[in-house]
Design a binder for this molecule. Structure first.
Ligand code: FAD
Ligand code: SIN
Length: 541
């Protein structure tokens, strides 16, 4: 079956939905999303969106904080663009219906939180469920548009590129190299693969935290968009910069539950088992130092003491203050037997954010015609070697808006003709009765990355990881072509590809900077390495 639209949006987090809402007045929009519409990292965002809203704050200060966190690798123009568009995007979200926490005494003034690396209070939030509130508002707005069709439980497998189209299908002005025509998508309910054809395709599939054994990310974060784009020939950059969030709940029954940095913003302190603090030894900002520094400090202290976790103590706040400011965290912890108004919270670092991704310009354009990317899947230059807290939602809003502006124009310059896309070919694939192979490979990849490509790296560990992932990639490739495609298999193939990209980038960078710390090159080298690590694949798998 073929489904045609002017704009194909892959993913229904903040980036995909905001883009869809911007373009839907100019053409038909299809959103494909691999689970329910709301399932995304966006839904779990706690802290909020960084934006200059207070009188004592300024764009220059937000830019300075972002550049400092980014450890010399941010693109300053991209940072400026994001920061200066922040307040307007917050207003747009409010107009769309998002309800943010207001200052108790002033009914129309936003309450602003503080997080690591920020010199001012500038985090717009909805208590500790900011992402869920934004996702709710965006989905409601999308439902009101007659021009947007949403296909839930549809997982994109691969982009449809020029090589797959016979004869040439779309006509457009400009060069016709590397054209993207849409995507092959598996309908998970029916088990059939459909061709979704479009003038413009935007990848908004989020990050790749699931490539690590311990992560704050939900199950959807398997780096599908990055892997798909890479296979199609898009440029991928800076994959070595995986951000580890310092404070995920450490509890056997808690899967990937984050304790927001805003807890430290409200004075929460990191402590060792004996109750002593340690962050003051590592950075003048103490517990509110940028994330790379806090996560590395915790990792070091845990290795030194042999303890399984450290503790985040917020008991200096009154019980009612905690319940009001952090209602979700309070309830979840209490359900696990931890009353955070009385007891410090056991925490560990976990993989949280993919700073690298598909290279785009300031309009979300990739190097392939008709292909855009926005949100966590993209590498826009904003985050450099380490993202500043709460800059991700902001970047997704600003860049998906900029992408929409250009995509509207490009879609006007593009006409549909008779596109003949070959149907998805299952070849001689048969049903697999060995799903254990898939789950074993998943597990091995995630453990390998956690053990060898984690917070602290070395050449030896990276080489070891590379050897293992190479073997797994070969196995998965063989498996992929022999068995009928399933959602698990698609994701396995993608996390293997992303694991490989992370290792490749980490091996290329011969220095330590931001989130990439290699004990064999412990110093930052601005003379040779103040540049991105860019990888491009030429062949279609
Ligand atoms: P996502 O929101 O992850 O959406 C991706 C979408 O793509 C999903 O709908 C998914 O199902 C879909 N998808 C993926 N692959 C496919 C495929 N192959 N086919 C079809 N659909 C696909 N950032 C902040 O700025 N502030 C915060 O307070 C904050 N807190 C966070 C807390 C947690 C626990 C986590 C995990 C992240 C947090 N972040 C925060 C980061 C931020 O939430 C994410 O970077 C951001 O939401 C990403 O948005 P996105 O639209 O790019 O992707
Ligand atoms: C948090 O709330 O600590 C997460 C913020 C972020 O990832 O930007």
């Amino acid at each position: 079956m073929e489904i045609k639209s002017d704009f194909l949006v892959i993913g229904s987090g903040i980036a995909g939905l905001f883009f869809a809402l911007k373009v839907c007045k100019y053409g038909s929009v299809v959103i494909v999303t691999k689970r329910d519409s709301e399932e995304s990292s966006t839904k779990y965002a706690q802290g909020g969106i960084a934006s200059v809203m207070a009188e004592d704050d300024s764009y220059d200060l937000h830019i300075k904080d972002t550049l400092e966190a980014g450890a010399g690798l941010c693109n300053e123009d991209a940072v400026k663009l994001v920061v200066e568009n922040g307040p307007e995007k917050i207003r747009e979200l409010i107009e769309l219906g998002a309800k943010f926490t207001l200052q108790g005494d002033k009914a129309d003034v936003l309450a602003l939180g503080r997080e690591g690396g920020h010199s001012k209070r500038r985090i717009v939030h909805a208590a500790d469920f900011t992402g869920a509130e934004i996702e709710r508002a965006l989905i409601e707005a999308v439902k009101k548009s007659e021009n947007i069709r949403v296909y839930e439980n549809h997982i994109a497998i691969d982009l449809i590129t020029k090589g797959k189209v016979k004869p040439e299908g779309l006509s457009y002005t400009g060069s016709d190299d590397d054209r993207v025509y849409g995507a092959y998508v598996l309908n998970k309910n029916k088990g059939e693969v459909n061709s979704f054809l479009s003038k413009i395709t935007i990848i908004a599939t989020g990050g790749a935290g699931k490539v690590y054994l311990y992560t704050s990310n939900p199950d959807i974060s398997t780096g599908d968009g990055i892997a798909m784009a890479y296979r199609a020939g898009a440029r991928i950059a800076n994959m070595e910069f995986i951000q580890f969030h310092p404070t995920c709940l450490y509890h056997p029954d808690a899967k990937s539950f984050l304790i927001t940095e805003a807890v430290r913003g409200e004075g929460g302190l990191l402590k060792l088992k004996d109750g002593s603090t340690f962050m003051e030894k590592y950075h003048p900002m103490g517990c509110l130092a940028p994330r790379d520094i806090v996560a590395r400090a915790i990792d070091y202290e845990m290795k030194k003491s042999g303890d399984d976790c450290v503790y985040l103590d917020v008991t200096h706040l009154e019980g009612y203050q905690i319940r009001e400011r952090f209602p979700t965290i309070y309830k979840i912890c209490l359900s696990l037997g931890i009353d955070i108004t009385k007891t410090p919270i056991p925490v560990v670092p976990a993989a949280h954010y993919t700073c690298g991704g598909i290279v785009t310009d300031f309009y979300g354009r990739t190097n392939m015609r008709g292909l855009y990317a926005a949100g966590e899947t993209a590498c826009t230059g904003v985050h450099g070697a380490n993202r500043l807290a709460s800059n991700s939602l902001l970047e997704a809003l600003v860049f998906s808006h900029k992408a929409a502006e250009r995509a509207i124009q490009e879609s006007k310059d593009t006409r549909f003709e008779d596109i003949q896309v070959p149907q998805w070919d299952t070849g001689n694939a048969v049903d697999s009765d060995e799903s254990v192979v898939v789950s074993n490979n998943w597990d091995e990849i995630r453990r390998t990355l956690w053990n060898y490509v984690g917070i602290v790296r070395s050449n030896k560990r990276l080489n070891r990881a590379k050897r293992r992932i190479d073997i797994l990639l070969d196995e998965i490739k063989e498996y992929y072509w022999n068995f009928i495609i399933t959602s698990d298999l698609i994701e396995l193939r993608n996390i293997a590809t992303v694991a490989d990209l992370i290792i490749q980038c980490a091996m290329i960078r011969k220095e330590s900077r931001g989130l990439h710390y290699n004990i064999d090159y412990p110093s930052r080298d601005d003379v040779n390495w103040r540049k991105d690590t860019v990888i491009q694949y030429k062949r279609q798998l």
